[in-house]
Design a protein around this ligand. Structure first.
Ligand SMILES: *Cc1c(COP(=O)(O)O)cnc(C)c1O
Length: 378
């Protein structure tokens, strides 16, 4: 059996590079609670991403849950069904009702043209996702938010390092959140962050992630424990030394896929996102009806060849049991998201993926017709 090819593999620096970081932790015995690595990583990340105020978290979901708390979001929040479940779950954890709005067929992000029709007096915020690291139409979303007095919270879990003409896309909205989970382009095993626009917001988020402690004897809010520990922060610092190399490798793989898949009828890939710095977090194809076999048959065929492509994002969040009774979860409200979820396939892309693995993936996809003929004969 060939080595399995996964959709993603974490990029890990040489193990010996970790040793000095561990020695420092062992020597100073500070394991968490804003220790030296935490402080150093927070600053290094601000410098790398080009933002001023970052609060580190133990994972991206707690970052999102806490950001919604910090902004005192209540009532209804407009969001996309085409994302990882944590996006909507963070609303339910705050007693907020998600209102699903359809996506744009080109970007697969929340469609700004459809937001206004979903706004009611109960609406307090918009929670868009920069899906696959493709920037949302931040200008249009902000102008709608300004007219209706809504907050904007960006789930930027996929968007590490992405920039538009003005700089980091994390500067948009009232806050943005990142995830450093093992499957993301930049990882601290588990981890996350909230990016705030000002010191005041960061301070409140820092209280909330540490039980609400403002100082040793003062608790100002019913906070949670969302702190990033020293080991995670050390990993983050180490990863920052290598992230540019990792992103470069992803860019090259993305280029190779585009070239190799260009002329396969029924296979369509997304255009490169229109922004000044990309992170190539995912390589996304759409299996259109012209393709000889269905998306799920192709998915299975790849698995039979030990290639573990993933159907991100299928099923839609709105189809899960805790959401499907919502009026906005109705398929007729979400035609583009539903069609995209039925067609999408994310192909293996990660630093260290070798050229032959990419070529075998392309070969299986190219073989779609012969697979069908074989199926008929069998
Ligand atoms: C990964 C992810 C999250 C959650 O991040 P964790 O760090 O795994 O908690 C949230 N939203 C999106 C869109 C994600 O992909």
């Amino acid at each position: 059996m060939k080595e399995p090819i996964y959709v993603t593999r974490p990029f890990l620096p040489p193990l010996e590079e970790l040793q000095p970081y561990l020695e420092r932790i062992w020597a100073n015995r500070q394991l968490t609670n804003g220790g030296p690595f935490h402080q150093e990583f927070e600053q290094a990340l601000c410098d790398y991403l080009g933002v001023e105020y970052i609060s580190l978290f133990t994972n991206g979901t707690l970052a999102l849950v806490t950001a919604l708390q910090a902004l005192r979001i209540t009532g209804d929040v407009i969001t996309t069904p085409y994302s990882f479940v944590a996006t909507s779950h963070s609303l339910l954890w705050n007693g907020i009702r998600p209102v699903f709005v359809d996506i744009d067929p080109e970007t697969l992000n929340l469609d700004p043209d459809k937001i206004e029709a979903a706004i009611t007096p109960q609406t307090t915020a918009i929670l868009p996702v920069h899906v696959y690291g493709r920037p949302c139409d931040t200008q249009r979303i902000q102008s709608i938010a300004d007219i209706y007095g809504l907050k904007v919270i960006y789930d930027a879990a996929h968007a590490f390092g992405v920039e538009d003409e003005g700089g980091s896309i994390l500067r948009h909205g009232d806050v943005s959140i990142l995830s450093f989970h093992g499957t993301k382009v930049f990882t601290t095993f588990e981890g996350g962050a909230v990016i705030s626009p000002d010191a005041k917001t960061k301070k409140r988020i820092d209280y909330l992630k540490n039980f609400g402690f403002a100082d040793e004897v003062t608790v100002v809010a019913p906070g949670i424990n969302g702190k990033m520990n020293e080991f995670q922060a050390a990993l983050g610092l180490l990863q920052l030394n290598h992230v540019d190399t990792a992103l470069k490798e992803r860019a090259e793989l993305d280029r190779q896929y585009r070239e190799a898949l260009a002329d396969i009828p029924g296979i369509r890939y997304l255009t490169l996102p229109d922004c000044s710095r990309r992170n190539y977090a995912y390589f996304v194809i759409m299996v259109d009806p012209e393709y000889p076999i269905s998306r799920d048959e192709l998915y299975t065929r790849l698995r039979q060849n030990n290639i573990f492509a993933r159907r991100y994002f299928y099923p839609l969040i709105s189809n899960f049991p805790m959401y499907r009774a919502l009026p906005s979860a109705n398929k007729s409200n979400l035609p583009i998201a539903s069609a995209s979820a039925d067609r999408v396939l994310c192909l293996p892309i990660y630093p260290g993926l070798d050229k032959s693995a990419l070529e075998s993936t392309v070969d299986v996809i190219r073989g779609g017709r012969s697979v069908l003929l074989h199926g008929i004969r069998a």
